[in-house]
Design a protein around this ligand. Structure first.
Ligand SMILES: [Zn+2]
Length: 393
């Protein structure tokens, strides 16, 4: 490998110093630092990819001036490998450490995004630079993707990548979605669907409650019915290592005053699905349970817009652990294949690539915290794994 640990650390640190807080996570700290949105990072990565000899670089506006970035590097074969790294980071409002200084200290790179997930983009850029120096090319043609809106907003970047690639007739052999996975190749995680249920009552003075229809009271049997549905799911036999589906009531909002019978109550419901479950059918099932349990009229809506087929939710990502890509990543990293408890851009990539893995340095346990860092030793391993996979020569 022609790249040093110092070069890898410097490359990740440079990306940390270009803030890219997801706009839905923006607060006063991020705004004061002019740190909101992915565009500056996307433009920086596009410039780097061009300098590193990409045959084509595209900035693809997704929404609100927030672009995905794509760069092609010609390989020695026609096979196509894709690495998707999300550009956005979570909030910095609760950080106790400077979020964007990208300092290198204690054998780590520090700052928001160092771990989740600028690490992989930094490693890729440093590797591409070392390949440019030596004139090496990867075995497969490589498409580097920086995608927006992974941390919040409905995986918009990943959603856009797919039709863009389909329109160009790209056939993807192997694809890695970068996330902190402790360098274990992830071959499955749950999918899901999210909805809001509102009970519609009638307001009245609380001294005369019989004149109103209490929307909170009406929601109580709905919550109980959804709890029963969760218990039913827990009693199903697991179909894979991902276990069984789950259902949780995650938010509730109602009431406008202590002396007013509430006319509306809204709950948020999150349903995590496992392989074999159709998230849209689960959406419809939850809606039916809520309507049947609620003594008042209901309004039901999806939290996220429908997909191209008008269906709500994303199916679980799952493929067997015993595929060439998963075996290669595990072997090169010295780890074992695993499944993940969290969702990723892979939710948008079912059937998109012949093989798909979620993979990257560091642990999701350390992501989204008041401090964030990635170990330089893990960056070195990541670079070694990518060399083993992409085989530059
Ligand atoms: Zn991430």
């Amino acid at each position: 490998m022609d790249v040093t640990a110092d070069e890898l650390a410097a490359s990740v640190a440079e990306l940390v110093r270009i803030p890219s807080v997801n706009p839905l996570h923006a607060g006063p700290v991020a705004r004061a630092a002019d740190a909101v949105g992915e565009r500056p990072l996307a433009e920086h990565v596009a410039g780097e990819l061009e300098q590193l000899g990409a045959s084509e670089v595209v900035l693809d506006d997704v929404v609100d001036g927030r672009p995905n970035v794509y760069g092609f590097f010609q390989g020695r074969s026609d096979r196509l490998a894709v690495v998707d790294v999300h550009l956005d980071t979570v909030t910095v409002e609760h950080m106790t450490d400077p979020p964007f200084d990208g300092r290198i200290e204690d054998d780590r790179v520090w700052g928001r995004g160092a771990l989740d997930t600028k690490a992989t983009m930094g490693v890729l850029l440093a590797l591409l630079e070392s390949w440019r120096r030596t004139g090496a090319r990867p075995e497969p043609t490589l498409l580097v993707v920086g995608s927006i809106a992974e941390e919040a907003g409905g995986l918009l970047g990943a959603t856009q990548l797919r039709p863009w690639a389909d329109a160009r007739g790209l056939e993807i052999d192997q694809m890695v979605v970068a996330e902190p996975t402790r360098l274990a190749p992830i071959h499955g995680h749950k999918g899901g669907t999210s909805l809001r249920v509102t009970s519609i009552g009638r307001a009245a003075h609380s001294a005369l409650p019989h004149l109103g229809e209490n929307a909170i009271d009406a929601m109580m049997p709905v919550v109980a019915a959804l709890q029963a549905e969760h218990r039913r799911l827990q009693s199903e036999p697991p179909t894979t290592e991902l276990g069984t589906g789950t259902l949780s009531v995650t938010t509730i909002r109602a009431g406008s005053g202590g002396n007013v019978i509430p006319d509306r109550c809204t709950i948020g419901v999150g349903r995590r699905t496992v392989p074999g479950e159709d998230p849209h059918e689960e959406f419809e099932r939850i809606a039916a349970i809520a309507r049947a349990a609620c003594p008042l009229p209901t309004e039901i809506e999806s939290v996220y817009p429908p997909d191209a087929d008008g269906r709500y939710g994303a199916a679980a990502f799952y493929q067997p652990a015993d595929t060439p890509l998963i075996r290669l990543l595990a072997g090169a990293a010295g780890t074992a294949p695993a499944v993940a408890p969290f969702g990723t851009n892979a939710l948008r990539y079912g059937g998109f690539a012949r093989e798909l893995a979620v993979f990257g340095p560091g642990s999701i346990d350390d992501a989204h915290q008041a401090t964030e860092c990635v170990a330089i030793a893990d960056l070195v391993t990541t670079a070694e794994v990518y060399e083993a996979w992409l085989d530059p020569a």
